[in-house]
Design a protein. Sequence first.
Length: 233
Amino acid sequence: MRELFELRGADPELLFSPYCWRVRLALLHKGLEFHSRPLCFTDKTPLACSGQQLVPVLRDGDSVVHDSVAIFQYLDRTYPERPLLGAGEAANRARLLERVIFQALRMPLLKILVPRVHAVIAPADQDYFRTTREKALGSTLEAFADPEAGAVQLRQALAPLEAWLADQPYLDGDSAGGTDYLVGGLFFWAWCLGTQPWATDSKVGAWFQRLLNHYEAACGPVKRAETSGQEAA
Ligand SMILES: N[C@@H](CCC(=O)N[C@@H](CS)C(=O)NCC(=O)O)C(=O)O
């Protein structure tokens, strides 16, 4: 049996972790079915098999793999058809690109999404989220959150992707691949939390819609948190 341990909100169907979305998209790309094991932030016991406390964790028969990029590499090694990252230099370049894009997009998105995450998680998770994130961010959640500044910074950070997608439908070319899922996970994070801090009619907006359509055609509608009115940039 194949199991994906992933993060859930108070609603068990609300899955919002960007790293877990990467793996969902990668498993779909490979055509591999799995059982979802949605966990709250503070529900760490099921992760003991992985020797660490973060999701995603993929259990595939006797193999237990954590970390989204390591899972991509595991999937490529174990199921070589339809490569995600490719081998050798290609895999290394994909990892580099993931780092660069991730660094650029994560902070702007966090400024937008931190209050949303706090709002959608179970009450028992809220203290844990606040304590761990305030320690990591070096400020209170309220002082850190700044959706307007985040949206401006995100638009700037998306400019290279916007230019890249002017010439091709996917980051990896004519069809979606590992780079699309590594980056796309961040967009699913925002989307599931009920926000859309990018313009629908941008190249990036159209690219995300293609990924979403593809996912929903195969797996059904993606659960989104209720919105409070703040929508597309
Ligand atoms: N580098 C890891 C990051 C994993 C990670 O940070 N996961 C978060 C969910 S978005 C987590 O498990 N957080 C649980 C916690 O903070 O206790 C990956 O790519 O999978």
